[in-house]
Design a protein around this ligand. Structure first.
Ligand code: HSE
Length: 334
């Protein structure tokens, strides 16, 4: 058996939808899977585990950041197998990443979801996307990124509700994502540790209205309502201390014509949702602030995608590649 799983990047929160709203973006992680006969295993290059699974060295974006770290796709595969009282067959996994690591673009969610989809196929479990989403939520701890990685588009993850709610398919999304991806990584645990135990009542009330506006804007494909609803008061003010580029970039993006802007997930990436006619101006504005603050990174325009993780049956068949165009700030493109 031989196939490849593709899982998309995602931006969580969109401002006030903390841990609840996710948007799938056109950058992909790939996980090649090939079952092996026992005698073939030694010939595959990579790290061999006791259960006969070989993980080839990660290729692609930020591969060096994952060296020596636990492979999350394999962890998810084992979790799903164990949940069904099964063992994974000996196989070789070949990860190739397009999603930047530790930047707030859902790389761990993409890896987890790819692993779940792979194990579902390998073991012929026939689990629905809803079931895989529930497993992914449990592993990740919140449903925003994993919901987007499972389903594509903009989704809402509601605690206690079995399935993610589709708010807007990627191809109906009325705005374009312009992102500033810093070269320096962030850590989700640190960005969560920066949050206070309690928040002012007025801020909770503000977020209630803003998140409701965001949901309504996404459901009705109303770009102005989406943008106007992206102001958060529950996590961004605290995380701004970790990411000094956050507030100036949000202001600059809005001034250049973005409908709304926010921290992408737990950061440090900045997401500006932008009408198609002004993406270049918004990209320039983000790059200008990066230069002024001497924050190195890249500005990229990304399409939203309607498709969540999926299987490519014939890995030799070429898949559409991301059409992102990048503007590098302060370093050479690597
Ligand atoms: N909703 C999460 C957060 C996304 O902002 O911490 C990061 O995993």
């Amino acid at each position: 058996m031989r196939f490849t799983v593709r899982a998309p990047a995602s931006s969580a929160n969109l401002g006030p939808g903390f841990d609840a709203i996710g948007l799938a973006l056109d950058l992909w992680n790939e996980l090649g899977v090939e079952t092996a006969r026992r005698r073939d295993r030694k010939t595959a290059s990579g790290e061999e585990h006791e259960d006969g699974i070989v993980v080839a060295p990660v290729r692609g974006r930020d591969a060096h950041l994952l060296e020596g770290r636990e492979n999350l796709a394999l962890k998810a595969m084992r979790t799903l197998a164990e949940a069904h009282g099964r063992e994974l067959p000996p196989c070789t996994l070949t990860p190739c990443n397009g999603v930047p690591v530790a930047r707030g673009l859902g790389s761990s969610a993409a890896a987890l979801v790819a692993g779940l989809v792979a194990a579902n196929r390998l073991l012929d479990l026939n689990r629905s996307t809803t079931d895989l989403y529930r497993h992914a939520w449990e592993m990740e701890g919140h449903g925003d990124n994993v919901g987007a990685a499972c389903y594509g588009g903009a989704v809402l993850a509601v605690p206690g509700v079995r399935d993610a709610v589709c708010l807007c398919p990627g191809d109906a999304f009325p705005l374009v994502a312009v992102v500033f991806i810093p070269e320096a990584t962030g850590a989700t645990w640190a960005a969560r540790a920066a949050l206070p135990q309690d928040v002012p009542y007025a801020d909770a009330v503000h977020n209630l209205a803003a998140a409701s506006g965001l949901v309504a804007g996404l459901l009705t494909r109303d770009p102005e309502l989406i943008g106007a609803s992206m102001r958060d008061r529950l996590h961004e003010p605290y995380r701004a201390r970790l990411f000094p580029h956050l507030e100036p970039m949000v202001e600059a993006a809005l001034h250049a014509g973005a409908s709304g802007a926010c921290l992408s997930g737990a950061g440090p990436t900045i997401l500006a949702l932008t009408p198609p006619g002004v993406t270049a101006a918004v990209a320039r504005a983000l790059a200008d602030v990066a230069r002024q603050l001497a924050v190195t990174g890249e500005v990229t325009t990304l399409a939203t995608v309607s498709r969540g993780a999926y299987i490519v049956e014939d890995p030799d068949q070429s898949e559409p590649t991301t059409t992102a165009e990048s503007l590098i700030v302060g370093r050479t493109k690597g």
